[in-house]
Design a protein around this ligand. Sequence first.
Ligand code: ADP
Length: 322
Amino acid sequence: MTSADDIRQALPPELSSMVRSVRFADGVATIIADAGGLGRSAAAQLQKELETAASAVPGVAEVRVGLMADKPKRRIVAVGSGKGGVGKSTLTANLAVALVGMGRKVGVVDADIYGPSQVMLLDPARGRPRAEGKTLIPVECEFGVRLLSMAQLIEGGKAIAWRGPMVGQALTQMMEADWGDADLILVDLPPGTGDVQLTMLQKFKPDGAVIVTTPQDLALIDATRAIDLFSQAQIPVVGIVENMAGYICPHCGEGSDPFGRGGAEAAARALGHAFLGRVPLDMAIRVASDTGQPPAANDSEQGRNFAGIAQKLTEWLDRPAG
Ligand code: ADP
């Protein structure tokens, strides 16, 4: 059977070098090629040559060629925390859903090898990514978010046994996947400062990092270490989010602050970083997350809360350069 790889290999080298991706399904070959810097007639010529070469491959009934004038401007934002269990994955999933609601095209890379939970949060139907040659095609989730997770790439629960090179390879495959027209990739990093973080910083240099913490002092000290790592690598810190701040008792409605309150905002100020917002400790968030219904998908109080943080991230992404 004809595959996308067959089509790619059938293209003469001078054309092949300009091709960014080839897909093939139901007799239709879709070729995306780089036409950056080409004039109008040279681009038309390239299109014609690609159509001719691809339609000569047996099994190809139709060829569609998309020419990209410039490389898509895809931004990478890492979501990190000093320690596990502070709600980093919950925030990542909800930010992604809220950003899609604002018209962004968002991909999520779940690189948290110790607890890859994005599949549960975003894709309870558990789609499997496809592969074209060595290129992964992310899963399209119900909420319009594209997802690749360490959990999709390995047998259930074995990720923790992965070390160094394997983790680096998996991360690279996910980052270099065919993200289509996604203009933002959110990366759910494992907590702390291990192999994944280093590979991420060195190889993919995120545009910015969002740091999640709970309000208590110990979590803040860990968060400060995470911030130091990004600063050392000259990755701008977009800001700090305080999660599990303030608890409203579902029975009596009284508010309390089991982990303290306001610590992250004060720390952000002291460190000279923006404070992006506060998410209360709310049973509804935990329950919705466990059933693959991110609160950000609804017009609820919590949904608006996440939307507010997403809005700040959007403003940061769209800020004028300089
Ligand atoms: P991390 O990625 O930092 O390890 P998770 O996002 O997996 O943390 O969250 C850990 C647990 O806490 C999950 O069960 C999640 O549903 C729950 N959780 C996260 N944020 C909140 C919140 N604001 N209110 C209630 N439960 C939360």
